[in-house]
Design a binder for this molecule. Structure first.
Ligand code: ZN
Length: 354
């Protein structure tokens, strides 16, 4: 579950950080810096913020991570020293070590907690030690590695590590919970791998979702195009996660989810934490608690023909399609054949086209 920031964000009227208010602050900062002539100091015709901005958006990573790096580069990540500086609120010290002002640089490079994470990580940037006094300067140097062999992958993994350092920090800051460095590192590596794998095969894929009520009546159907991933299990789990979000959006509180991938259902239902080999499964386990009643069951492919057909249709689509209230004849016919009177479910299917 995403953690709620309890920080008052001075740039927005409602006191919480929004992208719009982030842009506003970045703009003001940029203008100030230009006035101070820092552009000339860095010897480039574009400001460093613009350069870094472009480099961030060209990177192959989740938009959430791109936005996170962008906030770091623009000095607007809400670290304690910045909040103190902007709103004279809170404690400017780093809660992880309790010794130093929490600046972005302290958070990522100098705090003991961060250093432990870097020591455990499968890569190092020891050659950039001299650039750590300013995060953006370090970033500018680090991203030059893109020209080296496997450089792009290293940079992308680095972003995942920075993100996990931030997450570990938030755990201490807001919940007084410390995470072992190895947990942060394995989470970074896992998420990075999953994302890479999903990108590797650019083939098309499709998800099909169908929702029924307890009488077996169709309540909604969705065909969602996606890019295929090398791991079919992860894709099936993603389709299930999507079904859960759709169910939540529709206000359905008691839901049974079905999938024709037995392994995914077993992983979700297992009480063993070892089964959480992918972050999607752990998302599903967390989402489960947002329902009054929610269970997961396996269904045979033969009994799942509507969602399978929807998944196949999604392959031909550019944008997701949704049917509610009014359904095409073929869908109702297949739904009737699948249901055979007594098996109400929200079932999902995934198909890849290679
Ligand atoms: Zn610290």
């Amino acid at each position: 579950m995403p953690m709620k920031d309890r920080i008052y964000w001075v740039m927005s009227s409602i006191g919480v950080y929004t992208v719009k208010s982030g842009y506003k602050l970045a703009k003001i900062r940029k203008r100030k810096e230009e006035q101070r002539g820092t552009r000339a100091e860095h010897g480039c015709s574009m400001s460093w913020a613009t350069l870094s901005w472009n480099s961030v958006w060209r990177m192959n990573m989740k938009p959430e991570l791109q936005h996170f790096i962008w906030r770091c580069l623009n000095g607007i990540l809400p670290v304690n020293a910045l909040i103190m500086d902007r709103c004279s609120k809170g404690n400017f010290l780093c809660k992880c070590c309790g010794e130093n002002p929490e600046t972005i640089e302290h958070l990522f490079f100098f705090c003991n907690s961060a250093q432990e994470i870097w020591k455990t990580a499968p890569l190092d940037w020891d050659g950039l030690k001299n650039f750590r006094s300013k995060f953006w300067l370090w970033w500018e140097e680090m991203k030059d590695a893109v020209r080296e062999e496997k450089g792009r992958e290293r940079i992308e993994l680095t972003v995942h590590l920075l993100w996990q350092i931030w997450k570990s920090r938030n755990g201490v800051q807001f919940n007084n919970k410390r995470r072992e460095p190895v947990v942060a590192v394995s989470k970074a590596v896992l998420e990075w791998r999953e994302y890479m794998e999903a990108q590797e095969e650019g083939d098309k894929a499709g998800w099909g979702l169908i929702a029924r009520d307890w009488q077996g009546e169709v309540k909604g159907a969705w065909a969602v195009p996606s890019t295929s991933c090398s791991n079919a299990k992860v894709e099936e789990a993603k389709a299930l996660r999507l079904a859960m979000l759709v169910a939540k959006q529709n206000g359905w509180r008691r839901v049974e989810f079905e999938s024709d991938c037995l392994q995914v259902i077993n992983d979700i239902n297992s009480t063993n934490d070892e089964a959480v080999r992918c972050t999607v499964i752990s998302d599903i386990r967390k989402l489960k608690y947002r329902f009054d009643e929610c269970c997961f069951a396996f269904t045979k492919r033969e009994n799942n023909s509507v969602s399978h057909t929807l998944a196949r249709k999604a392959l031909q689509m550019e944008c997701p399609a949704e049917w509610k209230e009014c359904f095409p004849g073929w869908l109702l016919e297949l739904a009737h054949a699948d249901c055979k009177g007594s098996c109400p479910f929200f079932s999902v299917s995934w198909i890849a086209y290679h």
